[in-house]
Design a protein around this ligand. Structure first.
Ligand SMILES: [Zn+2]
Length: 223
């Protein structure tokens, strides 16, 4: 199975932890202009409401710009987070456990960077630990760090895998993401229910077909 993604952005460049200051993007491109004020962001939402053909001053829409801007803080909270903290704590007293760890069906919602509409799905994350394991919830949080940014599914898959590779130095990492993209189901080709699958293998998963098969067997096993 080939990697879907061949290139990867360097997530370690994202160092700014303060959401209200100027964050660096998921793709490591520094902003050309300073972050706008909340007032400016709300004004932009009013413009889009008018663009959609509605009246931002009618009763039902009066608080909408404020709500949208607030929702954006949640949708894109990942810009203010890095994997460093999340993956920093490793538990070493696990009876020398060094077999596969797989967390499957981690739900996430993200936004595609081309249309800024949601894509929603599940991530499956596996690795072979060396010298300790991370808390299982940390793998779910790691998925959210990257999901809560403007993304392509391909980049997100690679970023999750590479963060684990960089921080935990495992014998291998496998990440598979399955998602439905609203930009395909609500617009454009209007294909509802189709799902996109991306994966990234490294280490033993990349080198060894039997390990890939093991990953898929566990993934599809009894639930
Ligand atoms: Zn899109």
């Amino acid at each position: 199975m080939d990697d879907v993604v061949k290139t990867l952005e360097d997530h370690t460049e994202i160092t700014d932890m303060n959401f209200d200051s100027v964050p660096q993007g998921a793709q490591s491109t520094a902003r050309a202009t300073p972050r706008p004020s909340q007032q400016e962001a709300e004004a932009a939402v009013r413009t889009l409401l008018r663009w959609a053909g509605d009246d931002p001053d009618r009763e039902g829409l009066q608080d909408t710009p404020r709500r949208v801007v607030k929702a954006y803080r949640e949708f894109f909270a990942g810009y203010a987070e890095t994997p460093d903290e999340i993956l920093a704590r490793v538990f070493e007293e696990v009876e020398n456990y060094n077999d596969i760890v797989l967390v499957r069906d981690i739900p996430f919602s993200s936004h595609c960077e081309h249309h800024m509409v949601p894509f929603v799905g599940k991530a499956h994350v596996a690795y072979y630990p060396t010298g300790g394991v991370v808390g299982l919830s940390k793998l779910a949080r790691l998925v959210d760090v990257y999901a809560r940014r403007l993304q392509t599914q391909e980049s997100m898959t690679a970023q999750i895998a590479d963060a684990i590779k960089t921080h935990l130095n495992p014998r291998g990492v496998a990440v598979m993401v399955e998602a439905e993209h609203m930009c395909m189901s609500m617009r454009g080709v209007m294909k509802q229910g189709s799902s996109t699958v991306t994966m990234r293998f490294s280490g033993v998963f990349e080198d060894n077909a039997a390990q890939q098969a093991h990953f898929f067997t566990l993934l599809r096993g009894a639930r």
